[in-house]
Design a protein around this ligand. Structure first.
Ligand code: UD1
Length: 422
């Protein structure tokens, strides 16, 4: 297994282009199953989760053409098998999202349940309840969800019990080909859902209200193809901004959408960063200073994203003062805390492990560390950049799921980081 070796202590400085959003791209790949004509997706990041999704489409017999710029063209009508096997779904939860599009387009689908996950149980009850409300027959058999519908799905009124990104995306996709109108309430509002809707609309879908709590989908008989450019990855952008803030650096990100990062930018200003934004760039300058500690509570968009919580804890470990970080989206999302404490951080968990109290220390010390989750792993890279001495981050296949060429990007910003094959 590959490792990252980081010699910490220097700041992150320079210019960087941000890749396309992983969370948009994987869902849009699933949405391509709805089209009767080829769907071409551009600005797709080169990541393991994307390869997994392409592999999944490939094992259904679907023709996928990839060019050298990672534009992907999917010809869903070449589908031969309507099954998503456990081996692939277990490695990436988002692949479960092929269920609704396959069912809505072809009337049948068998998709393995994603199973447990390192960051809590992550059920799919809202997805299944929504599909049933649209008229799907759903049977659980040997770990698989076997779904079918006689004719087309039927529009329905759906109220989500929890704000779920995947659930909102799943039902919105399925509803595009349903007969009649679907009204979805208590929807998630993440930018990736808006990006997905833009792609579906370009394919011919009739969708209103995306980006608000209530989405209305008027079903159409068929969807065609389109060319869609994926939005920039706000989590990747946020991770680099936090790395620069934590190391007292100065960084300019290009190809970003600052409006998707509003709450993070406010928090980083609170930490003492000077931030300037244009339409598609963000510049952050810490002027070599240590950050001030900042409190935060994660919650669905537009509140602070859970996917940047671990990185902010890394910054807070060496900040001036104390911070309280509360995680409300996922259970069990503080795995990085124990590893950071091994590096000399002073973090205590409270409230049944939902709140971390971080007392800023002078510095962290490099150590061998690892985590079983994508964002926790990358937060350990930030901790390694801050620390004195050498940090070895193990199990970095988690990072490769969501960060394109992380070590090359960090090297270009002056970090001393290298990958060693394990
Ligand atoms: C997506 C993102 C992930 C991010 C998360 C929250 C993708 C590919 N992944 O994950 O990076 O961390 O949103 O912003 O886009 N829940 C239920 N029942 C369900 C579905 C979800 O109870 O049927 C719960 C989950 O356990 C969790 C909360 O709802 O506590 C939010 O999960 P959800 O928004 O669905 O996350 P994902 O879509 O899996």
């Amino acid at each position: 297994m590959d490792k990252l070796i980081i010699s910490g202590g220097s700041s992150i400085n320079g210019e960087l282009r941000i890749s396309g959003a992983k969370n948009s791209a994987v869902t849009i790949l699933a949405a391509s199953l709805l089209g009767n004509e080829p769907v071409r997706i551009c600005n797709v990041p080169h990541l393991r989760d994307i390869t997994t999704m392409i592999e999944l489409l490939g094992c259904m017999g679907i023709e996928v053409v990839i060019d050298e710029k990672m534009s992907i063209e999917i010809h869903a009508n070449t589908i031969k098998k309507f099954t998503a096997p456990y081996d692939l779904v277990k490695t990436m939860r988002a692949s479960f999202l092929v269920l609704g599009p396959m069912l809505a387009h072809y009337g049948k689908a068998e998709v393995s349940l994603p199973g447990g996950c390192a960051i809590g149980p992550r059920p799919v009850d809202q997805h299944l309840r929504g599909l049933e409300a649209l008229g799907a027959e759903i049977v659980m058999d040997e770990g698989y969800v076997k779904a079918s519908v006689d004719g087309r799905l039927k529009g329905a009124h759906i109220f989500f019990d929890v704000k779920t990104v995947g659930g909102t995306e799943h039902i919105m996709m399925a509803a595009t080909l349903a007969e009649g109108q679907t009204i979805m309430e208590n929807c998630a509002r993440e930018p990736e859902i808006v990006d997905l809707a833009d792609c579906l609309i370009a394919m011919g879908a009739d969708i209103h209200g995306v980006g608000t709590d209530t989405i209305v989908v008027n079903g159409v008989e068929e969807l065609g193809g389109c060319t869609h450019k994926v939005i920039p990855d706000r989590v990747e952008a946020g991770t680099f901004l936090i790395a620069a803030a934590a190391t007292g650096g100065c960084i300019k990100l290009k190809d970003v959408m600052p409006e998707h990062l509003e709450i993070l930018l406010l928090k980083l200003k609170e930490a003492g960063a000077d931030i300037t934004c244009g339409t598609d760039w963000i510049e952050l300058d810490m002027h070599g200073m240590k950050p001030r500690a900042v409190d935060l509570v994660t919650a669905p968009y537009p509140a602070f994203p859970t996917d940047l919580q671990a990185q902010m804890i890394a910054m807070n470990t060496i900040a001036q003062g104390s911070a309280t970080v509360t995680e409300t989206v996922f259970e069990n999302r503080f795995m990085h805390v124990h590893e950071m404490n091994r590096m000399g951080a002073n973090i205590k968990l409270e409230g049944n492990n939902t709140t971390a109290i971080i007392k800023g220390v002078e510095t962290l010390k490099g150590a061998p560390v690892m985590a079983n989750d994508l964002r926790a792993s990358v937060s350990l890279v930030i901790a390694g950049l801050i620390a004195s001495g050498e940090t070895e981050v193990d199990r970095i296949y988690h990072i490769d799921r969501g960060y394109e060429q992380i070590e090359e990007k960090l090297q270009s910003l002056g970090a001393k980081i290298r990958r060693v094959a394990g």
